[in-house]
Design a protein around this ligand. Sequence first.
Ligand code: APR
Ligand code: PHB
Length: 389
Amino acid sequence: MKTQVAIIGGGPSGLLLSQLLHRRGIESVVLERKTRDYVLGRIRAGVLEQGLVKLMEEAGCADRLHAEGILHDGTLISYGDEMFRVDFTEHAGTPVVVYGQTEVTRDLYDAREKAGGQIEFNVEDVMIHGADTNAPFITYKVDGQERRLNCDFIAGCDGFHGVSRQTIPLDVRREYEKIYPFGWLGILSETPPVNHELIYANSPRGFALCSMRNENLSRYYIQCALTDKPEDWTDAAFWEELKRRIPADQAANLVTGPSIEKSIAPLRSFVTEPMRWGRLFLCGDAAHIVPPTGAKGLNTAASDVHYLYNGLTEFYADGSTDGIDSYSQKALARVWKAERFSWWFSSLMHRYPDQSEFDLKMQVADLEFLRSNKAAQKAMAENYVGLPY
Ligand code: APR
Ligand code: PHB
């Protein structure tokens, strides 16, 4: 089989890239190791920057996002019983859109299928060959049958545990990582959100986050030990702990109910450089991971896709390699700013086992400064709504 762009991974990065290329008449084949339902079963963050909204519009997939997405002009930040608001529209001139990543992925799958896009599910033993030549190809299996996909370019959109990053030789690759000494225990509940905006909570017992998917589907997180397992936490224990970490007046309004999903995510910051090797381009989680504190995972994957899609479009339009040659440098420039913001916001809001009393005083001083200083709020707002592509 032959295509122009072979895309490994049918998550948001791979699907968005495939749909955008299709809109420019560029052929692609998506190879996904799971099923569509399995991919859609993953619960992920739900805050979209305007850059991603615009890409979904360009991909012709933004109708439901505009109909069901919730505009958020700001967010709440609490520490103990204190709480203040950072206004995104006032400081950064734009809101964010609350719309589940699962819904973004669903919209992209629907669009690819409507356009007759080629997506192969349940692929196994994917191997990249000749990425450093002008005739790369991929071998893989479906139902035990060996297959080969010849292509011009390969987009490695296969996430942190995929094969693409590992294909880049160790003497070419440089990796940077920070593992956080805690996880996030998250639940979904069919209850109205405790507040119409998100609450990021710093408390002596640890971080908490109150988020939502719609007016009757809430998403809550509490910082937990890395040794915790979801089954260690009953719903009652979760709600009790959440109430102790958010301001009392908010806790009094909290509507609890049975969890319909409960999971623990570890937190890491990770970047691999370069994001290109020959005809192989890494996109999204295949190249970088952020702690979810700043909701930057999907939004940084989106800017990768923006740079790669435009570079490939330029190549097929007039043979120029300027866009693809500058891809890694452009993508990494924005990736590192998202890594910094996510690390900063995580440092501001969580309890770390090695924090001294002085460190805790610095956290409160940082929060008080953010609360009282418009320049600090502007800096936070500009990062949260998304720095320019
Ligand atoms: N072959 C084929 N597909 C693979 C392989 C492989 N060897 N390895 C992984 N995959 C698939 C996974 O099953 C997954 O569906 O690649 C996809 C990667 O999707 P994501 O992990 O969602 O990564 P990405 O598309 O870059 O999206 C980034 O989604 O996962 C969140 O936190 C992440 O918000 C971020 C965003
Ligand atoms: C979520 O709604 O899942 C969410 C929102 C904001 C974050 C992280 C997760 O920073």
